[in-house]
Design a protein around this ligand. Structure first.
Ligand code: SF4
Length: 399
């Protein structure tokens, strides 16, 4: 990647008020005492990376979690000041913060907007109280709507709402009502994900013990199809398998992931893609705080190779070098999740090889199966391919 290529930053805030039943993210309830030390460590980690990526304009920043809106305003202000002091924030950089209803009010939103956050992603999940309670969400449907209104009142122009479908016992009509009520609020962006049962969650335990029914895949497919049609009718463009936006309101940060760009992810358990490696910080917030301090005692040389830098970053405890075969597969698979598909000329520019040559056999097979189509120099999933995307992806992975 060129030394002046754009860079994105992901900042992981690992705190939540309560653990939701379905959640396997690296997030923890009742660790509030750690917040000040965590913010110190995050600012230190930002400062440690800055000389290594100096000169690269930061186009997007994403505060994810966890629940970043649990961080009191002075902490957000301090992190934003650290970003400005140490990085070349691009003009018009997109700075998103994930907020959960029940943790933020109008004054908070006005404060973070003034600090430089300019996009919000609000976790609605459902607009039915019984479903929210079953997910162990901390808020009601009315609080979710109130949270959205406070954000708008405070002046936020770009807002995403997150929804989940296929909840245990959720009838189609209830999902349709959630989508309709979300559309009425006119968010700029909607993300809708199927509920999945992740190992180690309370939901997995309940499903295993028969107290909660497992999600119904057929019903989830119908819900997905219905939501796609309704959102498109309401003026939203689907640009990724699970994401819709009003024209021009795509999430620029997530597009960096889907275009297999480079980003640094800071904070406990956050996963980065930089310097030909995927790598992650240690999951435990306490160890993260300790290991960032250890790195600060002997910071890496800014001119060292990526592998040497990663070895010196003691908080980085997982490193996976990416051979070209994997980078090509990742680039193709991630781009195929986008409606725009894979730009074949861009693929050749990036890797010096034609996609058609590298993947001749799987390409012929998936075109024949009607899962992929070519148009205007791009390769895209067909409607059928969207439902059977894994059939395509598995054929592109290296052995
Ligand atoms: S608020 Fe989000 S990160 Fe926190 S427990 Fe719930 S789903 Fe997980």
């Amino acid at each position: 990647m060129a030394k002046d290529a754009a860079l994105s930053l992901y900042l992981h805030v690992p705190f939540c008020s309560l653990k939701c039943s379905y959640c396997d993210f690296n997030s923890y309830a009742k660790l509030d005492d750690l917040v000040p030390d965590f913010v110190d460590a995050l600012c230190t980690e930002l400062a440690l990376w800055a000389p290594i990526v100096r000169g690269r304009p930061v186009e997007t920043v994403f505060f994810g979690g966890g629940t970043p809106s649990l961080l009191p305003l002075p902490h957000i202000e301090r992190i934003m000041a650290t970003l400005r002091d140490h990085y070349a924030l691009a003009n018009g950089a997109e700075i998103t913060l994930e907020a959960n209803p029940g943790t933020a009010d109008r004054d908070y939103f006005a404060g973070i907007l003034a600090a430089g956050v300019n996009r919000l992603s609000i976790g609605f999940q459902s607009l039915h109280d019984d479903e929210l309670a079953a997910l162990d969400r901390i808020h009601s449907a009315a609080e979710a709507v109130q949270c959205y209104r406070w954000a708008r009142d405070a002046g936020f122009g770009r807002i995403n709402v997150d929804l989940i479908y296929g909840l245990p016992g959720q009838p189609m009509a209830s999902w349709q009502d959630t989508v309709e009520r979300a559309i009425e609020l006119a968010p700029d962006h909607v993300s809708a994900y199927a509920l999945t049962v992740e190992d180690g969650t309370k939901l997995a335990y309940d499903v295993e013990h028969g107290t909660v029914p497992p999600p119904d895949g057929d019903l989830q497919a119908e819900m997905y199809e219905w939501a796609g049609g309704r959102l498109s009718e309401a003026g939203y463009d689907q640009y990724e398998i699970s994401n819709w936006s009003q024209p021009g309101e795509e999430c620029r940060h997530n597009l960096v992931y889907w275009l297999n760009g480079e980003w640094l992810a800071l904070g406990p358990g956050a996963h980065s893609h930089w310097g030909g490696h995927r790598f992650a910080d240690v999951y435990s917030p306490r160890q993260y705080i300790r290991l960032v301090a250890t790195t600060a005692e002997e910071p890496p040389s800014p001119d060292a190779s990526p592998a040497t830098v990663l070895a010196a970053m003691k908080q980085v405890t997982f490193v996976d070098p990416q051979p070209a075969s994997l980078q090509m597969a990742d680039t193709a698979i991630l781009a195929l999740r986008l409606n725009a598909g894979l730009d074949l000329a861009a693929f050749e520019r990036r890797f010096g090889r034609r996609f058609e040559d590298v993947y001749a056999e799987p390409l012929a097979e998936t075109l024949e199966m009607g899962l992929l189509e070519r148009a205007n120099g791009r390769l895209r999933l067909t409607d059928r391919g969207r439902y059977l995307a894994n059939e395509v992806f598995v054929r592109l992975l290296p052995d």
